[in-house]
Design a protein around this ligand. Structure first.
Ligand code: GRG
Length: 296
C-alpha cells in the first residue's frame, strides 16, 4: 500500500533529518534550534520521498539516496521560512505552528534559512563521502540543485510571482510561476534520486516530464484545496469576487476544469514515466495517484 510506503519513508527521512546537524558541531544554540524547529515542524516530506522512490525505481538503495533526500527537504524548509517573513508573505502560522520568525525573530529566521540552504550542499556531498556514490553523479546533483532551486528555478519563480502580484492576466504567466516555484524542486527530487542510481539521459528526461506534470497538478490541487477549505470555514461557496484576490488556476478556468486538469496532468506524467524503462516504476506511479487524490 502506498500509505504504508509514505509512512515508513517519512519515518526514515525524519530520523535522518534529526541527525543532520552533527551534535559535535559548534553552532550557536538559537541558530541550531531555529533550523531544527522548521526542519522538524511536520511537513508532508513529499520531495524527499520522491528522491527515495526515484532511486528505488532504478534499482538504487534508499540509504544511498538519503543524504540527497534530506538536502531537498532543507532547501524546501528554507524557502518556507523566507516565504513567511514580513518582507514576503508575512505569515504568523505554518502547518498549525508559529512561523520561524515569530518564535526566533526575523534576523535569526533569515539566518536559519541561509544555513539550511548551505547545509543542503554539505548533505549532498555525503552521498559520495559516506555512501561512495561516484563523484560525477554527485557533481551533477549539485549543479542541478543550484539550477532548480536558484535564480532560474524556485527563486526565479518566487520573484516572478512577487513582480506579477498585481497583474497576472494570462494562464501562461501563472504556469511559468508554478513551474518554477513548485515543479522545479519536484523535478529536481526525481532527477537527483535517479542520478544516485546511475540513470541514463533518456530516463532523466522522462523523470523530468513526469515531475513537471505532477508538480503542476500538485499546485493546482493545492489551490483547489485552498478554496474548499475557505468554503468549509465560511459554510458557503466562495463568491467569484472573493476568489479573485488570489490568481490561481481555479480563478482562470473554474473548479471543475481545474479538477479535470489535475487528472489530465497526472495521467500525462504517468505516461511519460512509463517510457523510461524503469525496473520499479510502481511507487512513483502510485505516488502520482496519491497526490492527485489527496485532501490536505
Ligand atoms: C522565499 C526563495 C523563496 C521561495 C519561496 C516555497 C515557496 C517559494 C513559497 C511557499 C508558497 C507556495 C504556495 C509555494 C508553492 C509550493 C508549495 C505548494 C509549497 C508547499 O509544499 P508542501 O505542501 O509543504 O509540500 P509541506 O508543509 O507539506 O512541507
Amino acid at each position: 500500500m502506498i500509505g504504508e510506503y509514505i509512512t515508513s519513508n517519512t519515518e526514515i527521512v525524519e530520523s535522518a533529518l534529526t541527525q543532520s546537524l552533527p551534535p559535535a558541531w559548534q553552532i550557536p544554540l538559537p541558530l541550531r534550534e531555529s533550523m531544527n524547529y522548521s526542519l522538524m515542524a511536520g511537513g508532508k516530506r513529499l520531495r524527499p520521498i520522491l528522491v527515495l522512490a526515484a532511486a528505488e525505481s532504478l534499482g538504487g538503495t534508499k540509504e544511498a539516496a538519503l543524504p540527497v533526500a534530506c538536502a531537498i527537504e532543507m532547501v524546501h524548509t528554507y524557502s518556507l521560512i523566507h516565504d513567511d517573513l514580513p518582507a514576503m508573505d508575512n505569515d504568523d502560522y505554518r502547518r498549525g505552528k508559529l512561523t520561524n520568525h515569530k518564535v526566533y525573530g526575523e534576523a535569526m529566521a533569515i539566518l536559519a534559512g541561509d544555513a539550511l540552504l548551505t547545509h543542503a550542499f554539505y548533505s549532498i556531498s555525503q552521498a559520495h563521502k559516506v555512501h561512495g556514490i561516484p563523484a560525477e553523479r554527485v557533481l551533477a546533483i549539485t549543479e542541478e540543485l543550484s539550477a532548480y532551486a536558484g535564480a532560474r528555478g524556485m527563486v526565479g519563480g518566487q520573484a516572478a510571482d512577487m513582480l506579477g502580484e498585481q497583474g497576472i492576466t494570462k494562464l501562461e504567466e501563472l504556469e511559468y510561476i508554478h513551474s518554477h516555484k513548485t515543479s522545479d524542486l519536484i523535478v529536481f527530487s526525481l532527477r537527483a534520486g535517479a542520478h544516485i542510481a546511475g540513470a541514463s539521459h533518456a530516463q532523466l528526461q522522462a523523470l523530468s516530464q513526469f515531475g513537471h506534470a505532477i508538480g503542476l497538478a500538485f499546485q493546482i490541487q493545492d489551490d483547489i484545496l485552498d478554496i474548499i477549505g475557505d468554503e468549509a470555514k465560511l459554510g458557503k461557496p466562495v463568491k467569484s469576487d472573493e476568489k479573485q484576490q488570489k490568481v490561481t488556476y481555479p480563478y482562470f478556468i473554474g473548479m471543475e476544469a481545474s479538477e479535470k486538469k489535475v487528472r489530465e496532468l497526472t495521467s500525462q506524467g504517468k505516461e511519460a514515466l512509463l517510457q523510461a524503462n524503469l525496473v520499479h516504476p510502481e511507487r512513483l506511479l502510485q505516488l502520482a495517484d496519491y497526490l492527485m487524490k489527496r485532501d490536505h
